[in-house]
Every structure is written in structure tokens, then in C-alpha cells.
Design a protein around this ligand. Structure first.
Ligand SMILES: [Zn+2]
Ligand SMILES: [Zn+2]
Length: 258
């Protein structure tokens, strides 16, 4: 099995760069949006899906990280705006995110499809995305919503331990240090950051749930939402996603050939 993965050149560098994936055979394109609370492992699932389906991983986090390494005068006005907001410690606003996505919309037409991760975040953004895709005559195959009970998410997120000296991070169950409460890299004493305490995590998760509910409803109403349990290993969750997608993809193939 080839592990070729798209280099996402369009996504990371802008409209003038073309994505390239060298593949021995053409699989069916798959166009997905991923939704899920912090700690659910959405980024990992996006990577596994892209490796399997050859799709471009369109992560807004990656775009905004990538621009820090570009010469500022090479950036588009939207990217300059995003950079400015980030360097002043703000969140990148809705309109700027949309502008950046639009600049990269050629990635929506990539041969093997795409997996959107981190966008849309609001119903407004979802509507704009639908509009852009309609113009390109592209249909989303599904919106995958990863789900896990709040208590399990709190347990995952509050297990993080940080080294105050070298900033290394660990996790009490999924990435424990060799010696309990001691940093592997520098021997410093590990702490639980204020943000990682269960009470703080709960507040963050509740805010997430509240702000995402309308978005989930938007996709549920027209039957595009696929709920997938985020419980278990990344591989187990990945297999669950592929199972959930199978009927969707069969329909898409039938429509294409029929
Ligand atoms: Zn692409
Ligand atoms: Zn350390």
C-alpha cells in the first residue's frame, strides 16, 4: 500500500502553488469536514484519513502556523491581516478566516478531495463554505462529528503535565514521563497548568459545546452529519470513521456513474 500523501502546496502556500500527490491509482475523491471537542483527537483522525484517502488535510491551524515562516511581503492582504491579529495575541476573526479559505479554495478541487479541520466554526462560516462549494460544483460527502462523554474528555485533557523549565508536555496516561512528575528532557518537576485543571477544562468544553451546537444542527438537518464515537485508540476510531463513510461513498459513486 502506498503511503503517498498530498503535499498541500495550495493550502499552505496559496493559490499559485499546486498540490501534488503521486499515486499509482486514482481513488475516489472524498470531501469531509471534521468536528470535535478539544482533546478528542480530531487532528490525528484528519491525518489518518488523509493518508488513507490521499485527500488534502486543510487544517486552519497549519495555515496560520505556516505563515509565520513566510516573508511578510509575500503574504496576501488576508494573510497579513491574520498574521497581525495573531502577533497581537488575538484570535483570527471570522471574515479573515473566510478570506484565507477563499484564497485557497483551489484545494477544494484537489483530485482526491479534502478534509477540513478547524473550519467551519460557525453557521455563518458553514453557509459561506456551502456557497463556495456550490460555485465550484463540489459536494461535501459528510461532516464527521467525533463524540465522547464530557467526563472522558475532562479526564483526557486534565491529564496533561508541563515542565515549567523546558516547556515539554506529558500526559499521565497517554504519554507518561519515565519517572512520575519528573521531566524526561531536563529533570524539572512537572506541574499541572491552571488551564489543565479539571474545573478549567470543564468551562472550556462547555463553551465549545454551546458554540458548536448550532453548527451541528445545521449539518444534521440536511442529513450530512455523521456521529462517530471518539472512544478507544486512534486506529479504532479511524476504522469506525471508514465504516461510517462506506454507505456515503457508495451513494457518491452511484451518482457519478449513473
Ligand atoms: Zn490540495
Ligand atoms: Zn523539562
Amino acid at each position: 500500500v502506498s503511503t503517498a500523501i498530498s503535499d498541500r502546496a495550495t493550502w499552505l502556500k496559496g493559490q499559485t502553488a499546486g498540490c501534488s500527490t503521486v499515486l499509482p491509482f486514482p481513488p475516489q475523491p472524498c470531501r469531509l469536514v471534521l468536528l470535535g471537542a478539544p482533546g478528542i483527537g480530531k487532528g490525528t483522525q484528519a491525518e489518518l484519513l488523509c493518508r488513507r484517502l490521499r485527500s488534502c488535510h486543510l487544517s486552519t491551524g497549519d495555515v496560520f502556523r505556516a505563515i509565520r515562516y513566510d516573508p511578510p511581503d509575500m503574504l496576501s492582504p488576508a494573510m497579513q491581516q491574520a498574521l497581525q491579529q495573531m502577533t497581537s495575541g488575538q484570535l483570527v476573526d471570522d471574515q479573515t478566516v473566510l478570506d484565507v479559505i477563499r484564497e485557497r479554495s483551489r484545494c477544494f478541487e484537489c483530485q482526491y478531495g479534502f478534509v477540513l479541520d478547524g473550519f467551519p466554526r460557525t453557521v455563518l462560516q458553514a453557509e459561506q463554505l456551502d456557497q463556495t462549494l456550490r460555485q465550484l460544483r463540489i459536494k461535501l460527502d459528510a461532516v464527521i462529528s467525533f463524540e465522547l462523554p464530557m467526563e472522558m474528555l475532562i479526564e483526557r485533557l486534565s491529564g496533561r503535565r508541563t515542565c515549567p523549565q523546558c516547556k515539554a508536555t506529558f500526559h499521565v496516561t497517554s504519554r507518561p514521563p519515565r519517572k512520575q512528575d519528573v521531566c524526561d528532557s531536563c529533570g524539572g518537576k512537572l506541574i499541572q497548568r491552571e488551564d489543565d485543571r479539571p474545573e478549567a477544562v470543564r468551562v472550556r468544553l462547555e463553551a465549545y459545546t454551546q458554540s458548536t451546537a448550532p453548527l451541528e444542527n445545521y449539518y444534521r438537518e440536511d442529513g450530512r452529519l455523521l456521529a462517530v464515537s471518539g472512544d478507544g485508540s486512534p486506529e479504532a476510531v479511524h476504522e469506525r470513521v471508514l465504516d461510517a463513510l462506506r454507505p456515503q461513498r457508495a451513494v457518491a459513486t452511484a451518482q457519478r456513474t449513473g
